[in-house]
Design a protein around this ligand. Structure first.
Ligand code: MN
Ligand code: MN
Length: 473
């Protein structure tokens, strides 16, 4: 016992001084619990329709139009606008009462996810079976992609310039595709005795797409020809069309509830469509904010944000300068820069939740936990915060107080032990503009796997957090 303090006084002291992580489920009223489950239904429907960045852009545009957002390239009156960048990124804005030069409230999520991309010369036959060759996109554990049903999504630009969107393997009567794995009886030397990272080679991630020949023994590559004949008859394709294509192989199937209590969601692509969906819902429910709200749904995060549709492209600047124009404010170079410098942003991205079976890779005091609310990550990077945006204390204070005063349950998260690994998000690329930014999103189990897991309670708190950020900051 500390000197002079009785049991009750110590209890009071503890209540006043010690940080108390809050489990979202413990804080919810019956009505709020219903709202959590209802929100999850909309989210699952979004996941099922938006399994690639292109599909996400289409769904987000559709929702935005329904909610009164106008394409800024076509209409210039109103308060809600959007712009699309090459079918793979989209930005939504709601103009605020305050001048733009005072800064925006920005939430930026990414809509690409780890997957297998077809190579540009993908089709071949081997021992009388037909395959597509792939090159994986983003950080995948390759063994997770073997021996499971896969779907093919993507866009093909044909010889005549016309565009064909395909999505095969998602509806009940579609065929699916797969990568065959080696039987355990023969896997000892070539797989089991190797390091896990070397056991499955990238060049062996080949998608099985057919096995029925045409012609006879004399016909060269008659199995491959059979698939080409089918692709030609059904889609009007010739082999070279696969060169001008972006075809993404993703796990087939829909988002599912997990557990007897249905408290979790399992699905492909929750990194980062969970934050994308929460952002979309938050901005769609926003009317007349003080500061202008900007929601960015960005491609290419999983491969380092490079490329014309990644956050490093100047798409944000262009959309912003159009916003100055439609708002009737002077949008010279200096004003644009000042606007961005005065902006406040959330890098809406997921974090890895404490894994019960691998607690040793986490530092438990600072690891995000499933069910403890939206996760705020001050810094990312690895090996001494290298390559990280490291958010400012003043900004952390602002967001913490904002969330606390609006009953948004939040937790602090760090991606793994100090020397264990790490990762990056788009935060550091938006930070280039000098804006305040921190990472804020949902914690996942099985992150980057074909079936990622999130808590419905955390998903809902992510949305609540984003909503107050847009509305009340
Ligand atoms: Mn992410
Ligand atoms: Mn990721």
């Amino acid at each position: 016992m500390a000197e002079g303090l009785n049991k009750k006084e110590l209890e009071d002291l503890k209540n006043r001084l010690v940080r108390k992580p809050r489990l979202v489920w413990d804080t919810l009223s019956k009505a709020e619990k219903e709202a959590v489950f209802e929100f999850a239904e909309g989210y699952k429907a979004f996941l099922d329709r938006a399994k690639t960045e292109r599909e996400a852009v289409q769904v987000i545009e559709e929702v935005a139009q329904k909610e009164g957002f106008k394409n800024i390239k076509k209409e210039e009156t109103g308060r809600k606008f959007y712009r699309i960048n090459k079918n793979k990124s989209i930005a939504l804005a709601v103009l605020g009462e305050k001048p733009l030069i005072q800064g925006l409230n920005i939430i930026a999520a990414h809509i690409d996810s780890p997957r297998l991309d077809l190579k540009q010369n993908p089709l071949y036959e081997e021992v009388d079976l037909v395959f597509f060759k792939t090159h994986y996109y983003g950080g995948v554990k390759k063994y997770q992609w073997l021996a499971r049903p896969l779907a093919i999504h993507g866009r093909i630009v044909k010889k005549d310039g016309s565009e064909l969107d395909i999505c095969i393997g998602e509806s009940e009567d579609d065929p699916v595709f797969t990568i065959a794995d080696l039987l355990p009886h023969l896997a000892r030397k070539v797989q089991a005795d190797k390091k896990m990272s070397e056991a499955i080679e990238g060049e062996k991630l080949n998608i099985l797409v057919g096995s029925m020949p045409i012609g006879d023994d004399e016909t060269k590559e008659r199995f491959k020809l059979g698939v080409l004949k089918y692709l030609n008859e059904v889609y009007g394709l010739v082999e070279e069309d696969l060169f001008s294509a972006e075809i993404e192989v993703v796990p087939a199937g829909k988002a599912r509830d997990i557990g007897w209590d249905r408290s979790l969601i399992g699905a492909y692509g929750q990194d980062d469509r969970v934050c994308a969906y929460a952002t979309l819902r938050a901005i769609c429910e926003l009317e007349r904010p003080g500061r202008t709200a900007l929601a960015l749904f960005i491609d290419k995060e999983e491969i380092g944000s490079d490329g014309s549709t990644g956050i490093k492209s100047r798409f944000t600047d262009s959309f912003l300068s159009e916003l100055f124009e439609v708002k009737g404010e002077k949008g010279d170079e200096r004003s644009l820069r000042d606007c961005l410098l005065s902006s406040m942003a959330l890098s809406a991205d997921v974090n890895g939740a404490l894994d019960p079976d691998y607690q040793e890779v986490h530092e438990k005091r600072n690891a995000a936990r499933i069910g403890y609310g939206v996760c705020i990550t001050k810094f990312t990077g690895s090996g001494g915060k290298y390559g990280s945006n490291d958010a400012n204390a003043e900004y952390l204070g602002l967001i913490r107080n904002l969330f606390n005063s609006h009953n948004v349950i939040w937790q602090a998260g760090e991606l793994g032990k100090v020397d264990e690994g790490g990762g990056g998000t788009i935060a550091k690329f938006l930070a280039i503009y000098g804006m305040e930014i921190l990472d804020c999103g949902t914690a996942l189990l099985s992150m980057h796997s074909p079936f990622e897991i999130a808590s419905k309670a955390d998903i809902y708190m992510t949305y609540r957090g984003y909503k107050v950020f847009f509305k009340n900051l």
